[in-house]
Design a protein around this ligand. Structure first.
Ligand SMILES: *Cc1c(COP(=O)(O)O)cnc(C)c1O
Length: 385
């Protein structure tokens, strides 16, 4: 065995002086909550992913909630989605009083299996909420064909997928254009770029975009910036129910700097993922691969263990060597909070097996070759036993 040489985190945000200066700029400006930095961040984000409109919100969970409301999801409606995702995906459906209908995943991509969607559609289905899991684009072409046939809106949970790309009419396009009706992003530190916490909603629909901007601020019909700059007294009003889902200018100032780093972050992550795939290729692990039409941002690198390797034991052995890992993506339907709160008329066996037999290994922009080799060597030793 080797000596424990280092402590390697599962993920690390890449934040530097530029972010520190940006947040200082916002503080010195005297304007700290949703204001000019948020507006600029929205524009720059929309340009980055090729979206017509973008609306910044407090996180991706609130983004998903507003997206579902915009497409008209109401209490007792059904929304088709996956169980195999961070619990926020299914929770956002329940915030609307609606019922998540879980469909199984494809074992290779960890994304919704398009072949299983049609069977899950009922009279009460109001929307399809798909996830680009771990940054790997899901099969949007196949999903949209079904959705269009049944006139169902498609919301993309792109929490992990900033910078990921999909081949669309012979061109590589960014996830978030969006190819469905609405896409939602997260800036949690576990994702590819971060604002501490934060989210973004993109769409090509001007009416929905207007609603997102209203709803995130209790539907107040005059923005703070307009009121602040007005020469005349303005009384605002609240035409409908809204929420406090605002992003702050402190966060947006950081986000604008993070966007500048995005190309470099994604290209480094792609390089590191490629290195993992090379260095682990002769082991008995099942490694992630991209479909021909997808380029991941490698938000996570997920390996499938062979039967004889115990997931928890391996994770503990790696932790003992100073390397943090995570088990496969959770399944919401197995959590107590979901006991009677979902519908699944199909088997979710692939979702369960993915949770039980996969592990996520460290991957971050700053990872050195030595760190990566250290992780690879531990996995090699573990796979020999
Ligand atoms: C992280 C994550 C979310 C939630 O994002 P927050 O910004 O933390 O609310 C939603 N869906 C998926 C797939 C995620 O990975």
């Amino acid at each position: 065995m080797f000596e424990v040489k280092q402590s390697i985190a599962i993920a690390k945000p890449w934040l530097g002086d530029a972010e520190a200066e940006a947040v200082t700029r916002a503080i010195r400006s005297g304007w700290v909550t949703q204001g000019p930095e948020v507006a600029a961040f929205e524009q720059e984000f929309a340009a980055t992913v090729g979206a017509k409109y973008a609306c910044a919100v407090s996180n991706c969970t609130t983004a998903l909630h507003l997206a579902l409301l915009a497409v008209g999801v109401q209490p007792n409606d059904e929304v088709i989605t996956v169980s195999h995702s961070y619990i926020a995906t299914a929770n956002s459906i329940r915030y609307c009083g609606a019922i998540p209908v879980f469909v199984d995943i494809e074992p290779q991509t960890y994304n919704i299996n398009p072949m299983l969607i049609e069977n899950a559609i009922s009279d009460r289905t109001r929307a399809i909420l798909v996830v680009h899991q771990m940054g790997m684009p899901c099969d949007l072409k196949a999903i949209l064909a079904i959705a269009n046939h049944y006139h169902l809106p498609v919301i993309e949970d792109a929490a992990c997928a900033i910078g990921s790309e999909i081949l669309w009419d012979e061109q590589w396009e960014k996830i978030g254009k969006p190819h469905g009706d609405i896409a939602c992003f997260s800036f949690h530190p576990r994702k590819v770029i971060t604002t501490g916490d934060g989210g973004m909603i993109t769409t090509a629909n001007p009416e929905w975009n207007r609603l997102f901007h209203l709803w995130r601020q209790h539907s107040m019909d005059v923005s703070d910036t307009v009121r602040h700059g007005a020469k005349q007294v303005i009384f605002e009003s609240y035409p409908m129910l809204g929420y406090n889902y605002r992003m702050t200018d402190l966060q947006a100032a950081v986000g604008r700097e993070q966007l500048k780093r995005l190309p470099e972050i994604v290209s480094r992550r792609r390089f590191l993922a490629q290195q993992y795939s090379k260095k682990l290729s002769d082991l008995e692990l099942k490694l992630p691969t991209e479909p021909r039409w997808a380029k991941s941002n490698w938000q996570s690198y997920c390996v499938r263990l062979p039967n004889q390797l115990d997931q928890r034991q391996l994770m503990q052995a790696m932790l003992d060597m100073g390397v943090a890992t995570r088990r496969g993506i959770m399944c919401a339907h197995r959590e107590p909070a979901y006991l009677k709160h979902f519908k699944a008329e199909q088997s979710l066996i692939e979702s369960e097996q993915a949770q039980d037999s996969a592990i996520l290994i460290p991957l971050y922009y700053q990872m050195t070759e030595a760190e990566q080799d250290y992780i690879v060597n531990i996995l090699k030793t573990a796979c020999q036993v």
